[in-house]
Design a protein around this ligand. Structure first.
Ligand SMILES: [Ca+2]
Ligand SMILES: [Ca+2]
Length: 667
């Protein structure tokens, strides 16, 4: 990383032909611009910078075919061209050798769905609609994407792989966002299995005979996805196309057919089984990159097609153990120097944001370049729009990097630079301005400040040394954030079905729910149909965790207290109106049913009252345990219509409260 750090101080270290010394050759749409530049300079005596700002090639835009490949989870260093001894990626290495590799092309976010939303919409994660990683959270109906922008200028648009910007039955499905065809997975939970009973094409199920979910089946989904992409390229070979390939490997579940040639390379390595499968999956993706390039060559499209290859979020430290504290393959450790990026998938340190990014366009992008241009996923939309001659939406955060890709002299203008880059993820926030990066690693945690030019590993917090810089970056962050407004589900059962399909089609839904998600027992409970929420201390509107979800009967939805824009601290409370008087004798509580514990109730005060002001209430203290199963606590039987649950502490001492379901026991 020493080279990169040095380059950061200098800005960029990319060598570039300077005007008027180096004329490009054999590129008809580029020649007029160079001559035009020289002529204008001669006539007006302008400086090259001013001239660049004025000029465009006469045959602009170039309108290439666009192939955009995203490998889910692939880490920055997990390529053989990065010197990693575990991986064999000759085709991706060749792509880099024949194109441009970026050292500072950063992910839009640090988890699958939020980062994909940045990629598709050109917005940073302070403006996007999909900021949570539930898997099916939808884009809003009216949101433009790369596909809808390119479609307006006549591109055929196809997507193949994992969507993650809206489950089936929602406003976010890809065919409502500019894709002529999308084949693969809409919900990310569905995408955990390489052997699901079906995939989806434009919201219609495509059965995969012999598949039973998880790792059980005969049809490996990724093969079909690549074949569909190739078919799309063949069918559209005669006019411009956008082929988006967000493939799922090497994301887990780590499966690869034993017959795959990549498995033969790794099956006998003295490594844990999953680490072998992971490396084989990377090699398999590499082979498919080679096959796509072969197809483009066969169709005579090689020089008419720009190929992007990237990861989706920073490397996940898979298969960690005492001997491999940064993961078995250490995706965020430079295998040549040992230099480390801090963190990884799920956080906003560099390890969570650095992804491989390679762009290749034979005849147009100079081969073998390495660029330190600082850019990120929101820049992809305006970049592709410029290449295609489309107008990007006005309210995006990205900037086109076409001058960097093709040359400022060729494009006729300087490469613009970001004033700042912004990320948010749950309670985490990061802001980057040139070499400075401010990060708040979690809700309520102090801000940190790093000089990435000197400290790429984010080891020395300079917040106390440079309070004025930190203050400036925090102000930028506050300006960058606006509350998320997600799209809607009009048929959520379709999305639920797709999520269950991860586990196969032969398990009855009820059983899946019992196995995977606990429910609140209903016997002895005052029926839920009587309940309404009279009041709540706060609710998290930014990610749709509203109080009413605590009584909606759905264990997959939950109430969470507010943490944005400011953090509400305990005590928290919910008041349930039972509609009429009952004799209340207990309370049931179901903690949130996802992977995290935050918000789990511990000490609570339960008050029962005949009037909503609780002026003459009976109160009882109860304490809940750390379990995802339903819990019941009894209170002395009390007549009343209003029940107030006041949460005094959280099971891990956190400031939150959350509840998947609350039930009132009584008669
Ligand atoms: Ca991912
Ligand atoms: Ca619920």
């Amino acid at each position: 990383m020493k080279k990169c750090s040095h380059a950061l101080r200098l800005g960029r270290n990319v060598s570039r032909a300077s005007l008027p010394g180096c004329l490009p050759q054999g590129r008809p749409w580029q020649m007029p611009i160079v001559l035009g530049v020289l002529w204008t300079m001669y006539l007006g005596g302008l400086s090259p910078g001013e001239v660049l700002a004025e000029t465009k090639p006469s045959s602009w835009p170039p309108r290439p075919n666009i192939v955009y490949i995203v490998s889910d989870e692939l880490g920055y260093y997990e390529l053989s061209c990065m010197g990693h001894p575990h991986f064999q990626t000759p085709n991706i290495d060749r792509l880099a050798a024949e194109g441009i590799r970026f050292t500072q092309a950063l992910a839009g976010s640090s988890l699958c769905a939020p980062t994909r939303c940045c990629l598709m919409t050109g917005k940073h994660s302070g403006h996007t609609s999909v900021r949570t990683n539930g898997g099916g959270t939808p884009l809003r109906a009216d949101e433009p994407t790369i596909a809808s922008v390119l479609k307006q200028v006549g591109y055929a648009t196809g997507g193949f792989g994992k969507w993650g910007c809206g489950g089936r039955g929602s406003t976010g499905v890809p065919e409502r966002h500019g894709f002529d065809i999308f084949f693969g997975y809409y919900d990310q939970v569905h995408a955990h299995s390489y052997y699901p009973p079906y995939l989806i094409r434009n919201s219609v199920e495509v059965p995969l005979p012999g598949n039973h979910g998880l790792s059980n089946g005969t049809t490996y989904s990724h093969y079909l996805i690549v074949e569909e992409a190739k078919k799309f390229i063949r069918e559209n070979k005669d006019h411009p196309f956008f082929c988006y390939l967000p493939v799922t490997p090497p994301h887990g579940i780590h499966d690869i057919p034993e017959t795959d040639p990549a498995w033969a390379l790794y099956k006998d390595k003295p490594w844990p089984l999953d680490a072998r499968k992971y490396a084989a999956m990377v090699n398999m993706v590499d082979r498919h990159v080679g096959e796509i390039r072969d197809l483009l060559r066969e169709l005579g499209l090689e020089e008419k097609t720009i190929i992007f290859f990237s990861g989706d979020n920073g490397g996940h430290e898979y298969f960690r153990d005492a001997d491999h504290p940064r993961g078995f393959h250490a995706p965020n450790v430079d295998p040549r120097t040992g230099q480390q990026f801090r963190g990884g998938k799920g956080n906003l340190y560099e390890g969570g944001l650095r992804v491989p990014m390679i762009v290749c366009w034979p005849g147009q992008i100079k081969p073998g370049r390495v660029s330190d241009l600082l850019w990120y996923f929101p820049d992809v939309l305006p970049t592709l729009a410029e290449l295609a001659g489309a107008t990007p939406p006005a309210d995006i955060d990205g900037i086109s990097i076409v001058p960097e890709l093709l040359g400022e002299d060729v494009v006729g203008r300087k490469q613009p630079q970001h004033d700042f880059l912004y990320w948010e993820l749950g309670g985490q926030i990061a802001v980057r301005k040139k070499n400075w990066k401010a990060i708040r690693p979690g809700m309520g945690k102090p801000w940190e400040l790093y000089d990435l030019a000197r400290d790429i590993g984010e080891t020395q917090n300079l917040a106390a040394d440079h309070p004025e810089i930190l203050k400036e970056l925090i102000a930028l962050a506050e300006k960058a954030h606006e509350p998320a407004v997600e799209g809607d589900f009009f048929a959520p059962e379709l999305n639920e079905k797709d999520r269950r399909a991860k586990f196969g089609d032969e398990v009855p839904p009820e059983q899946v729910n019992v196995t995977m998600v606990n429910r609140l027992p209903q016997d002895g409970m005052i029926p839920r149909k009587f309940y309404t929420i009279l009041s709540c201390s706060s609710e998290s509107q930014s990610n749709d965790r509203l109080a009413r979800y605590a009584i909606d009967g759905n264990p997959r939805t939950w109430w969470h207290t507010q943490f944005q824009p400011d953090l509400k601290r305990p005590p928290h409370e919910l008041v349930i109106d039972l509609g009429k008087e009952f004799t209340v004798s207990g309370i049931r509580y179901l903690a949130r049913q996802d992977h995290t514990w935050n918000g789990t109730f511990k000490e609570c005060e339960i008050a029962v009252s005949k009037t909503p002001d609780f002026s003459e209430a009976t109160t009882t203290r109860v304490e809940f345990s750390k379990t995802k199963e339903a819990q019941e606590r009894n209170i002395p039987p009390t007549r009343g219509r209003y029940v107030r649950i006041r949460i005094l502490s959280e099971i891990n001492g956190g400031p939150w409260a959350s509840a998947a379901e609350i039930g009132i026991v009584g008669e």
